[in-house]
Ligand binder design. Structure first.
Ligand code: CA
Length: 221
């Protein structure tokens, strides 16, 4: 999952970006509204975390532009503006949720999971294709009936990207986009490496290679 964070506060930005990276998200962080809109224009994101008080373009204006262009991009507002009118304005402009600063990082993670869950085909808290199930809270995966195994942040990110839409083929570039942010060093065989380690844990059939196109998890249920 790739997240864009638009936040001009250095400390909040750093702690949010670090904690989300530790949870296996690819996070791009920009510090003003214009840079945020440019990023959205050239990169696919699964979620936007948006501060409202921003230099160069106010968060509400950013949200308005986002909604004109990318209607389906989920947006969570992070704001110190706790006045009821501001919250109403944010939700009316098209935000999916909001958090008032200061907030606990654990609550932010839970809200991100809730918003992403609404976008995916799974209805419960776990992502599954009927064969393998992934718990976004503990970052554990298990084959049905077997003991859960904890995944590394990158293994988790890769399996999550595939399990959001079982049956959909993701190319190498699409998978890299889900697990690496700007500035991350991408090794040329990284995707194969993580797929190999997931297959070692859960069996070689768990991720299928579609020659010339990419990889998928089977759509079973
Ligand atoms: Ca701000």
């Amino acid at each position: 999952m790739r997240i864009l964070l638009i936040e001009d506060d250095q400390m909040i930005g750093e702690s949010v970006a670090e904690s989300l990276k530790d949870s296996g998200y690819a996070v791009d962080w920009v510090k003003d509204g214009d840079s945020g809109l440019s990023a959205i224009g050239c990169q696919h994101y699964d979620l936007l975390l948006l501060d409202l008080g921003l230099p160069r373009k106010d968060g509400i204006d950013v949200l308005r532009s986002v909604r004109q262009q990318k209607k389906s991009l989920p947006v969570i507002i992070l704001t110190a503006r706790d006045a009821v009118e501001d919250r109403i304005a944010g939700l009316d402009t098209g935000a999916d949720d909001y958090l008032v600063k200061p907030f606990a990082l654990g609550e932010l993670s839970a809200r991100i999971r809730a918003v992403l869950r609404r976008q995916s085909s799974s209805s419960g808290p776990h992502l599954t294709n009927g064969v393998i199930s992934l718990d976004p809270v503990t970052r554990e995966a298990c084959l049905v009936g077997a003991t859960p195994l904890r995944l590394s942040a990158r293994e988790f990110a890769l399996l999550q990207a595939l399990l959001v839409r079982p049956g959909a083929i993701l190319s190498r570039g699409e998978l890299e986009e889900k697990i690496y942010a700007w500035g991350d060093e991408v090794e040329s065989n990284a995707i194969e490496f993580f797929i190999h380690s997931l297959r070692k844990k859960f069996g070689s059939d768990i991720i299928k290679n579609v020659r010339g196109l990419g990889w998928m998890v089977a759509k079973v249920s």
